[in-house]
Design a protein around this ligand. Structure first.
Ligand code: ADP
Ligand code: ZN
Length: 723
């Protein structure tokens, strides 16, 4: 038999596939998952290329493919997607493959076993054994942990009884990940505008093929109900749908709404899944046993058996950008995957990103508008509270007019939400006697006072220490004072202003798990809370029937950060959070406490003029050649020593290829100059819109001087973070 060679891509930080010899008895095709020797180890990899020419002299040194693994073949669509993402983001192909393979989740599922009485008496009886037998006396089977818990004993006691022959084990059938959703379980009565949008989306699925629809609808207009019709049509065609969501929006409420529409909950994919559930979901998705996946951004890389539709909900959300490892933007890459798979994609948002709006205005995306809330509910009226004229008393943060409005809402038996996008008690802590500020030993950042946890915490690296009893500098005892508000400090003020009200603080650091968070949201929904104090955790996606008042404590917080998207982000966040109000009732109001009521963002919000905001922001971007009118990339150089780090950044800048379509700015010290003990210098690259920035960067990287002394270079195409 002729010598056969394949190229196998392994999920490690390598761009190139390795060649292996195929043993005679093995039949391999591109996409097959195989095990191969890699140095001294054995690795799992994927056959990337089957027709590899035999180069003279090479074949003798090649190792053999060890085995073909029992796993569905990676489809060409997914392999092409991996190549594309790698090429675009400049991440090694192996690292992108790694996201799709999720090595820990490959492999057979461990059997789940239960125990029940065998009918034999144990050879030895103890009080603990007695309790186990009592629990199982009904003859039914239960899992070992369940028995142990009910009997108040350790699992070891149960195991002992199994070894002793008094209990027998029974293998449980493997659980299904999700039951098949029924596309006709309950259909909605649509308004004419909703029906039109739903029909267009349904047709896009029926016709098949790549098409991007922007579902641009105000908060509460029924976007979810509308895109569910596209999902229903995809189910009817027997294909799979992926609904991407910001992780935080994956609430029980959403899953329940899905169940109300389709008769069962969808499969979930996010970081909180147990390893077992991940493994099962992964297997079911690749086998085609799951027809709808609702997931966070990493769900984009799952090996779907037959993906037919992608929906990106809250498409503007910044969490779609992965900031570590492979720097990819899940919304943008979702459009790429849809194009490669030749399937429709829906981008939904009440505040679409500037990029997406420009694509719609250029006619590349179809825009479906829902301009009214469902049920005739009006959007909240928005008023500014000018902190320069009617601010709160010193060391207080709630202006009298806002407090008054909260009181009125509570009197009517409604809820109020106070929004402050700052975790902890106070953003800054300083010594009253000498002005000393507590900062992080690893980062160029202040420590944030978290009173609830009795700790000072760095929000960048997680460094935590107990509050010092005296100032480390001047040794004054108990001299530290809090400056500025965090949600915990706001809670203190709320307790004083509104005594005996049920107050809930929602902040990511106070919540132990996604399950716990879902319970807290439920308690708000059910009216068990009067005043909610929250960070951006509460801003998105939720529907709280009794909430008609939102007060934004510091509307200016996100502005002036030097981030080119600061204005857009602030508009989106404030619009979304105020959009939580009045979804069930006619009257609702949002208050913006601000020092700059004349800022275009505040003016557009108050006038309820989204178009004015988009027009002015798009014009500003165009003038500055910022995305999407130009392209950006960031080259971040980090290292343990400041001088060496800056020196490397300068040498890197010196070898930048010359191109008239490109401007290289910097290096400059990053705003967050030190992070986790590493100094940070950044180069920004600006190019024309249609320029192949990835190719330019690759050429540059090839010419980059050798890195030494722990220096690292991190390339980020289309950066979202400029810290
Ligand atoms: P959005 O996603 O645009 O914020 P939702 O899809 O959450 O809006 O809809 C807001 C509320 O209105 C939800 O409670 C939803 O169930 C309800 N709703 C929207 N459209 C309809 C409809 N056609 N029939 C019944 N209820 C609807
Ligand atoms: Zn730190």
């Amino acid at each position: 038999m002729a010598l056969r060679i394949v190229d196998v891509l392994v999920p490690v930080a390598l761009d190139h596939a390795y060649s292996y010899r195929v043993p005679d008895e093995l039949a391999l095709a591109a996409g097959d998952v195989v095990s191969v020797p890699l140095g001294p180890r054995e690795a799992i990899g994927v056959v990337w290329d089957c027709d590899v020419a035999v180069r003279p002299g090479l074949h003798n040194r090649l190792k053999d493919v060890e085995a073909k693994l029992d796993f569905p073949r990676l489809k060409p669509e997914l392999r092409q997607f991996i190549d594309w993402v790698s090429n675009y983001t400049l991440s090694p192909r192996g690292m992108v493959l790694r996201m799709a393979l999720r090595m820990g989740e490959l492999g057979p599922e461990r059997d789940r076993v239960a125990v029940r009485l065998s009918g034999n008496a144990p050879t030895r009886m103890t009080a603990a054994r007695r309790r186990v037998l009592d629990v199982l006396a009904d003859g039914l089977m239960r899992s070992k942990p369940e028995v142990a818990k009910d009997a108040g004993v350790s699992v070891g006691v149960v195991d002992g009884l199994v070894d002793d022959g008094a209990l027998e084990t029974v293998a449980l059938p493997s659980q299904t990940v999700a039951r098949p959703p029924n596309p006709d379980h309950r259909t909605a009565d649509f308004t004419p505008a909703q029906r039109m949008a739903a029909n267009i989306l349904r047709n896009a699925v029926t016709q098949g093929g790549f098409a991007v629809d922007l579902l641009d609808g105000v908060t509460g207009s029924g976007k979810t109900e509308v895109y569910f019709e596209a999902v229903a049509e995809t189910i009817r065609k027997g294909r799979q749908s992926l609904i991407l969501m910001p992780e935080i929006a994956l609430t029980g409420q959403f899953l329940d709404r899905f169940a109300a529409r389709f008769g069962t909950r969808p499969a979930e994919w996010h970081s909180e899944l147990s390893p077992r559930k991940r493994a099962r979901t992964f297997a079911a998705v690749s086998a085609g046993d799951v027809s709808v996946v609702v997931g966070a951004r990493s769900a984009l890389f799952l090996p779907y058996a037959d993906l037919g539709l992608i929906v990106v909900d809250e498409e503007h959300d910044a969490v779609y950008k992965q900031e570590d490892g492979v720097h990819y933007h899940a919304r943008d890459m979702a459009v790429v995957r849809a194009r490669i798979a030749d399937i429709p994609i829906v981008l939904a948002s009440a505040t679409p990103s500037i990029e997406t709006v420009v694509n719609a205005r250029r006619g590349r995306y179809r825009r479906l508008a829902l301009n009214q809330r469902f049920g005739g509910q009006k959007e909240p009226a928005i008023e500014a509270i000018d902190l320069r004229r009617e601010g709160p008393p010193r060391t207080r943060f709630i202006a009298p007019r806002l407090a008054e409005a909260v009181n009125l809402a509570l009197e009517r038996g409604e809820q109020a939400l106070l929004f402050l996008n700052r975790r902890g008690y106070a953003p800054l802590t300083l010594c009253r006697a000498c002005g000393f500020r507590l900062n992080c030993p690893n980062c160029d950042a202040w420590l944030v006072d978290h009173r609830f946890k009795r700790a000072l915490v760095c929000h960048h690296c997680g460094y935590t220490k107990p509050p010092p009893p005296k100032c480390p500098k001047c040794e004054a005892p108990d001299s530290f004072v809090a400056c500025g508000p965090g949600v915990e400090r706001l809670e203190e003020e709320v307790q004083v202003l509104f005594p005996n009200k049920r107050v809930l603080v929602l902040s990511s650091d106070l919540i132990a798990s996604l399950e716990r968070m879902r319970e807290e949201f439920k308690s708000i929904e059910q009216g068990e809370i009067d005043i909610v104090i929250g960070t951006q955790l509460v801003a998105k996606g939720h529907h709280f029937p009794k909430l008609n008042l939102v007060g934004v404590v510091d509307a200016d917080l996100g502005l002036g950060s030097g981030d080119p998207r600061a204005t857009e982000r602030t508009f989106q966040l404030l619009h979304q959070v105020i959009g939580r109000a009045g979804r069930d009732k006619g009257h609702s109001v949002g208050y913006l406490q601000t020092h700059q009521p004349e800022h275009p963002v505040m003016k557009a919000l108050i006038a309820q003029d989204r178009k004015a905001f988009y027009d002015s922001e798009i014009e500003a971007r165009e003038k500055a050649h910022y995305p999407p009118f130009g392209r950006l990339a960031s080259l971040l150089v980090t290292g343990p020593e400041k001088g060496a780090t800056e020196g490397y950044a300068r040498r890197l800048a010196a070898v930048a290829p010359i191109d008239e379509q490109v401007r290289v700015l910097g290096p400059a010290e990053a705003p967050l100059a030190v992070l986790r003990g590493r100094h940070r210098f950044r180069l920004m690259v600006k190019s024309a819109r249609n320029f192949d920035l990835s190719a330019y960067l690759r050429e540059w990287a090839a010419a980059a001087p050798k890195k030494a002394g722990g220096i690292k270079l991190d390339v980020d195409v289309d950066p979202q973070s400029f810290l």
